[in-house]
Ligand binder design. Structure first.
Ligand code: GLN
Length: 487
């Protein structure tokens, strides 16, 4: 029973709950017990509260039938989402003791759908990183090999699902933080079109790039989660007013005639051979499903990492100015005057990577450098978006690797920030253009570590991307595999 439940899809869990084969309390207890047993070796969860979770589960069990598709199913939230009454740390000492007074819209929507909160998930500090090594609460370990990183910044989310400590989780993606950890942990993760999911109550890193999305085992699970997450929110000024969609509506469409664009720039130097070979096999699978591949070009994609590392730090330097020790969060215990209080608070409260970003961001926005760096990066951003709209005249979706390598060892890239930044070389351009992107597991590379296939869709084409992913998952079983050591 418990084995089938931890590997079950959300639809299966929903059916088991509706047929009263299991209660939400039993299901929640099963996952809480696994967290208690396995989390000490993974460090994926940084907050759990058994009583709070079970109270929600009891309420779900008591609700009158029929209930929605996600009712009674537990999930966990990346610690970037404000959760009323729970600590919301964003992986930082700055918010180590911050109890959120309200729920993020995403959290509120999952509660309204009857889902049970299992806890809060570890992450890179303020979502800055690709390996989860920048968290104040310590690194998260990859369940496939605990000597390796799970990816970042949603590494806690990825590790938790992959070890079956949660059936699903929320993530956020500013430059790849849903797709890259999904790839490195063998999961399905979707970053929606910018503006589809509300950012209200999601601690801001780079506001024009940040977007929340679902992480789960399969595309079908992600579709159900996105149905609950998406929607206009007047409390987020960049939230888009669009008619509601059923993102699962096209899952079963055949793929015959689908045009898959393969950008030359995503298949050049820089990708490891094992990743390349695994992605090629996946593309062959798509050809068997009736898709055709077309060569396309994204000529400015080589500029995406440099443009991102101007724009994202610029926005971060502005967003993080609110952490000043005055209103909430950490305050240095000893200081002289007001300026000294600000300086000591920020020096002690932020980690090294966050400080690096604040320094870069402040520099590129300063008088005399603004035109040379910030404005130029914005122009490049525009060109990258134009490249994609030209490409989508020739294809329906774009495919390539999600990450240039499989999960790497702890410490392998932490001494060299630029090496770390290149982890997102295939994912960042999507954020700059505001496009939806996802990663699905497509096999194993060196050292038996998971490889992710990236699917990029046109603006608002999430339903089609989920269809493309689901059809592949009907033919393959990569998404059902779980790490041996976590049984
Ligand atoms: N790794 C990238 C960064 O450090 C992206 C992070 C993210 O998407 N949150 O900025």
């Amino acid at each position: 029973m418990s084995d089938s439940m931890i590997n079950a899809s959300l639809r299966q869990l929903s059916a088991a709950l509706a047929e009263k084969k299991i209660s939400s309390v039993e299901l929640t207890t099963l996952f809480l017990d696994r967290i208690a047993q396995l989390n000490p070796s993974l460090n994926a969860f940084i907050a759990t509260d058994r009583e709070k979770s079970l109270a929600q589960a009891r309420a779900a069990d008591a609700a009158p039938q029929p209930c929605g598709a996600l009712h009674g199913i537990p999930l966990a939230h990346k610690d970037i989402f404000c959760t009323e009454g729970w600590r919301t740390s964003c992986g930082s000492k700055m918010l180590e003791n911050f109890i959120a007074p309200y729920d993020a819209t995403v959290v509120e929507k999952f509660k309204a759908a009857g889902m049970v909160t299992l806890g809060k998930l570890n992450m890179d500090e303020f979502a800055m990183g690709s390996s989860n090594e920048t968290s104040y609460f310590g690194a998260v370990k990859n369940p496939w090999d605990v000597s390796r990183v799970p990816g970042g910044s949603s590494g806690g989310s990825a590790a938790a699902i992959s070890a079956r400590l949660a059936p699903a989780a929320t993530g956020t993606d500013t430059g790849g933080s849903i797709r890259q950890p999904a790839a490195l942990c063998g999961l399905t993760g979707l970053k929606p079109t910018y503006g589809v999911v509300s950012r209200y109550g999601m601690i801001a890193f780079a506001s024009s790039l940040d977007q929340a999305g679902p992480m789960a085992k399969s595309a079908e699970d992600c579709a159900l989660l996105l149905n609950a997450m998406a929607g206009f929110d007047p409390r987020d000024s960049t939230s888009l007013e669009r008619p509601a969609e059923d993102y699962a509506r096209d899952l079963n469409q055949p793929l015959a005639g689908l045009r898959i664009g393969l950008p030359g720039e995503f298949f050049g130097a820089g990708m490891d051979d094992d990743v390349r070979a695994t992605v090629e096999v996946a593309l062959d699978e798509y050809r068997k499903l009736g898709a055709v591949t077309v060569d396309i070009s994204l000529p400015n994609s080589g500029l995406s990492v440099p443009a991102y590392y101007v724009i994202a730090p610029a926005e971060a330097s502005s967003n993080l100015s609110r952490f000043d020790g005055v209103r909430y969060g950490y305050r240095a215990p000893e200081y002289g005057d007001l300026n000294d209080m600000y300086a000591k608070t920020r020096a002690q409260g932020f980690g090294a990577e966050v400080k690096r970003r604040i320094l870069i961001g402040t520099y590129v926005l300063s008088h005399g450098y603004y035109d040379a760096y910030y404005l130029k990066a914005q122009k490049i951003r525009r060109l990258i978006a134009v490249d994609f709209s030209d490409a989508f005249k020739k294809c329906d979706v774009i495919m390539g690797p999600a990450s240039p390598s499989v999960a790497f060892a702890f410490g392998a890239k932490s001494a060299d920030p630029v090496q770390m930044y290149l982890s997102d070389i295939y994912t960042i351009s999507t954020n700059l253009a505001g496009l939806p992107g996802m990663s699905i597991p497509c096999g194993f590379g060196n050292n038996n570590m998971p490889v992710g296939l990236q699917i990029i869709g046109n603006w608002f084409d999430e339903a089609r991307m989920l269809n493309v992913a689901h059809q592949y998952q009907q033919m393959t079983d990569w998404h059902t595999q779980m790490p041996e050591g976590m049984r």
